[in-house]
Design a binder for this molecule. Sequence first.
Ligand code: CP3
Length: 362
Amino acid sequence: MEKELKNDLYIRALLREETERTPAWMMRQAGRYLPEYRELRAKAGDFMSLCKNPELACEVTLQPLRRYPLDAAILFSDILTIPDALGLGLYFSAGEGPHFERPINSLSDINNLGILDPNDSLKYVTDAVETITRELKGEVPLIGFSGSPWTLATYMVEGKSSKQFTKIKQMMYREPDHLHKLLRNLALNVANYLNAQIEAGVRSVMIFDTWGGVLGHREYRTFSLEYMSLVISLLTREVNGQRIPVTVFTKGGGLWLSHIAESGADAVGVDWTVNLGTARKQVGNRVAIQGNVDPSILYGTPESIEQSVYLAVNDYGDGYSAQDLEFNRGHVFNLGHGIHQDVPVESPAIMLEALRKFTERK
Ligand code: CP3
């Protein structure tokens, strides 16, 4: 691991240290809205071939950084690598998203899962981390990630993306012990996987709890938050004297931020349904906040994009002057969810330039 990062604003913001401006990256910043991504993906054949080839995964990771002044890179991979390595047989069908050939149907399927050695079946991921870390040359930090145990379980039990989550909710209310057993297995696998990414060079990790928000408030704590806390308690938090910050993002979790702030994470991600100022008051100075403009602002005009950035930054800094260190302390600017695949490629540049204009301290 390179000792010094040239730009460590992202890490400093996650640790609520002073920053001379608000750092930014975009969820799903590498992907189909970029023509250079589409070109490479067409050559590679399919998405998982890109993920499984460390050189191509590295190239795709770096593509958005060549176009835009981003303060972090995120490993190009997917949350479904763990279930794939557990033997469920991941495949993507055009326009329909991910599917598993062998979803979880019974207790014996859960008992047979086992604990992975990430340096074996997921070596392509740690190889990609090493390649990207080398190519980044310390310019910006690399973010590693995993799905939350609950979010991974939804795909593994449903067998594909879902709207109603029928099968997993049947399991939750009829055979909660089975679900707990599955979630415990996943928590251990996720922790090992994130630790392997940390060992390979990522400077920060993020847990994507994309489907935590479909749970009731009580069930969220029992079936999602509890297992994310378990993951966090098992993570390597320091490498060479440097803290490895952890971010938890529960989409639709805006009402539960004060509980999420107790998970052991350094930062919480929020979607666009919450006001950043309100979110900040809820978490106090316990954690940093990442977010949260609606990804659809990138469909707007340059003026409307600027306006959305201005409002988000000022929501966060509510009560402080822009020259005050407290104005942006602990804020990482981001979209509230992944970037849409049909936004104009010019839009992110307009957004990021506006962010600098509104937060740079002279
Ligand atoms: O942020 C980044 O740039 C890193 C890459 C990244 C991808 N997936 C690449 C990807 C990350 C962080 C993910 C996480 C992920 N994957 C999540 C959690 C985050 C979120 O968006 O809520 C989830 C739920 C998945 C599962 C998954 N993978 C879905 C639902 C899909 C979309 C399928 C489709 O056809 O739209 C994927 C595929 C995927 N993952 C793509 C990319 C760039 C598109 C693949 C392609 O066709 O090129």
